[in-house]
Design a protein around this ligand. Structure first.
Ligand SMILES: [Zn+2]
Length: 89
């Protein structure tokens, strides 16, 4: 783990439209190259809006942890009932 999942979670959840963030994982070396993966539940009526939300999450994570590559798996609000966790796997 390169970054504490709690730190990634706090940034992601601060973006408007993000309902939940879980299954956060990171690897690499902070300050050199970091890879971040996460599942994001977004409150968005269409794909364009959902994409805009993930772009903002990426922007804020890049600002904080660059150089970084980010993979975001978007899920609809209906997934809210899924067992939620932001622990790193
Ligand atoms: Zn998920």
């Amino acid at each position: 783990m390169a970054i504490a999942p709690e730190a990634i979670h706090a940034i992601a959840i601060s973006v408007s439209g993000v309902v939940n963030c879980h299954d956060i994982a990171s690897r690499g070396v902070l300050g050199r190259q970091v890879f971040i993966e996460m599942h994001l539940i977004v409150n968005a009526p269409d794909v364009e809006t959902a994409h805009g939300i993930t772009e903002e999450v990426e922007r804020r994570l890049e600002e904080r942890f660059q150089p970084v590559r980010i993979l975001i798996h978007v899920e609809p609000p209906a997934y809210k009932s899924e067992k939620i966790s932001f622990e790193s796997r």
